[in-house]
Design a protein around this ligand. Structure first.
Ligand code: ZN
Ligand code: ZN
Length: 305
């Protein structure tokens, strides 16, 4: 199976601490790398992760709070210094475009690559990116300003051909594609060999959902139903539930309720408030509701499977 990984570059929240960096991740899928959010310090963390800068094809920004986008202009400037020539695609709420243009005029003159801005509608769930092997769709979230998450999904692949069967029935190479696409085979003596006998089913497509800053949304599970891995913000523990509501954030228990209701494979907690020296309280709270929960941490690499 091809690697599908999430590199955690930062999982803290807005106030800087010595424990965590601001939000940023790299999703590595089907040989491509996509950054999700780009808080301050992202470049240092990218260096530490050993993901090459030149592999980042696109950056998806969830919302325009500084802890999710203050690293962007620095990273673009560095891409320039590293001699990047391939276009950089940025997906973000539309309000970012004029600000980014102004900053790039000031700091990033004479880049040898294009920065292509794609305004994202944070209010609806739709596909914002698609290529041969993957799609990325938005997840509308409820925060103090326009905000959305992103789901990375592999597209279904065709089944694998069973070499031994092909040899056994002396099936010509010209028929391989038909068989991959569902056909069977009829031998010269008229015996029908079903498609299922000639192939091994394809691996089930995998998916990863990144749910950035949001208040608890009882209906969110419908949008992330069945993903293999869900990252959901868990800024607070339940003793701060009122505060979470006030600032449009979630508690670890609420993140776990979304994971449980969406039947996800694994829940990753993050976006911790600066008040926690030890996030175990968040983990315990989440695991009581959804046992397969874990704490994200800088440097962690999560396999989506
Ligand atoms: Zn935040
Ligand atoms: Zn925020």
């Amino acid at each position: 199976m091809e690697p599908f990984k999430v590199h955690i570059l930062g999982c803290g929240s807005a106030l800087p601490t010595l424990q965590h960096f601001a939000s940023s991740q790299v999703v590595e899928i089907r040989g491509k790398c996509f950054m999700v959010d780009c808080g301050e310090g992202t470049q240092m963390q990218l260096r530490r992760s050993h993901v090459s800068f030149s592999r980042i094809q696109a950056i998806f920004i969830s919302h325009l709070h500084g802890d999710h986008c203050f690293g962007l202009i620095g990273l673009i400037s560095t891409f320039g210094m590293l001699g990047r020539v391939s276009p950089l695609h940025i997906y973000a709420p539309e309000a970012l475009e004029p600000m980014l243009d102004a900053m790039m005029q000031m700091f990033c003159n004479g880049l040898d690559f294009k920065v292509e801005f794609h305004a994202v509608d944070t209010k609806r769930q739709y596909v914002v990116y698609e290529d041969r092997s993957i799609i990325v769709e938005t997840v509308p979230l409820e925060h103090r300003i326009p905000c959305c998450g992103y789901i990375f999904r592999e597209k279904p692949t065709l089944p694998h051909i069973r070499r031994d069967m092909i040899d056994c029935y002396e099936i010509p190479v010209s028929q391989i594609n038909n068989i991959k696409n569902g056909a069977g085979w009829v031998t010269p003596k008229g015996v029908e060999i079903p498609h299922e006998k000639l192939t091994i089913p394809a691996d089930a497509p995998r998916s990863y959902a990144y749910c950035s800053d949001t208040k608890y949304m009882p209906g969110l599970h419908k949008m992330v139903e069945g993903v293999n891995v869900l990252y959901h913000e868990s800024t607070y523990d339940s003793s701060c539930a009122e505060r979470a509501k006030l600032y449009h954030h979630s508690t670890a228990a609420q993140a776990a309720m979304v994971a449980r209701d969406a039947h996800v494979g694994k829940l990753i907690l993050g976006h911790y408030s600066a008040r926690y020296r030890d996030e175990d309280i968040l983990l315990k709270e989440a695991q009581e509701i959804f046992p397969n929960a874990l704490l994200s941490n800088e440097g962690m690499v999560i396999d989506v499977e």
